[in-house]
Design a protein around this ligand. Sequence first.
Ligand SMILES: Cc1cc2nc3c(=O)[nH]c(=O)nc-3n(C[C@H](O)[C@H](O)[C@H](O)COP(=O)(O)OP(=O)(O)OC[C@H]3O[C@@H](n4cnc5c(N)ncnc54)[C@H](O)[C@@H]3O)c2cc1C
Length: 314
Amino acid sequence: MEKMEKNKKKFNLGIIGAGPAGLSASIYASRYNISHIIIGQLLGGQISETHSLDNYPGIEDISGFEFSQKLGRHAKKYGVQIISQKVRKIKKEEAFFRIILENKEEIITKFILLATGTKRRKLNVKGEEKFLGKGVSYCATCDGFFYKEKNVGVIGGGNSAVVSALYLADICNKVCIIYRGEKLRSEPFWIEKIQKNPKIEIIFENNVKEFLGKEKLEKIILEKPYQGEREINLEGVFVEIGSYPEISYASDLGIISDEEGYIKIQKNGETNVSRVFSAGDITNGSNKFRQVVTAVAEGAIATEGIFEQMEKQK
Ligand SMILES: Cc1cc2nc3c(=O)[nH]c(=O)nc-3n(C[C@H](O)[C@H](O)[C@H](O)COP(=O)(O)OP(=O)(O)OC[C@H]3O[C@@H](n4cnc5c(N)ncnc54)[C@H](O)[C@@H]3O)c2cc1C
């Protein structure tokens, strides 16, 4: 057993998540000389799949992908190893944590930083699974080009739906935003752009009931309360109805979350579990304002908190 443990990678800190929070935490950890590793499936996280980032102070109008690459390069510059794997489980064993990866590799660390962001919410309506990749998508930037000059829909009314619709309007013939509310919940800056775009139509107060087609998506059925159903012909539909935290991989740790499932953190990023910190979209921090600027800030704060605790333990 001891011999097996000797072969395992050991670090002072294991950062789970390679998005803005995890990468920012790594930059600070390197500068504090904390030996650490990042385990994250998607380099750059959610923003890497976003058309444009236009509200990060000091960087004007950059694509989400380019921003992610820059952030990744910055972290790697200090020598951190990034493993592109899914974390299956984290187990707490007296003085350390055992991080078990999808490929069964195990990594041993003294501290943990959970920065795995959120997962896209699904509509959970008939046909959604069947047409996944055949007309239904959760990422306009990734899949929008497959619908060049076609008629597409975007489901949702928040910032991500509105930004996706603007991106798709540059590529597609027509974009229809379908939202169950009576007015968009996006920043006024984006709403103005939507209103000025002749390719974009908005259908309010309608729910999607079903996706229909033979091999590929051909149409969707909408339902308006008290007014019945109607069909719209669309070849592509992008579901942008928000996100939720998913931390089942850390379920053995006994972490306390809020009523919506976001990890409760203290001012220094610490959770209720000793030596487990958290940062970014997955937490209830930053007044629940989930943006790149808050994720990178939380990553930095948590690393500082970890450093302070490491110093005390010396
Ligand atoms: C469409 C869209 C547009 C957006 N536009 C903007 C914008 O214009 N401006 C802005 O500031 N913010 C924007 N955001 C929000 C921004 O993307 C997030 O606030 C930010 O990415 C949060 O960073 P994070 O590091 O906390 O999480 P994420 O970016 O979600 O990164 C999570 C990381 O954890 C990894 N991960 C998840 N689970 C596991 C696991 N089990 N094992 C290993 N790795 C795992 C992921 O692969 C990823 O690397 C947008 C979001 C979306 C969806």
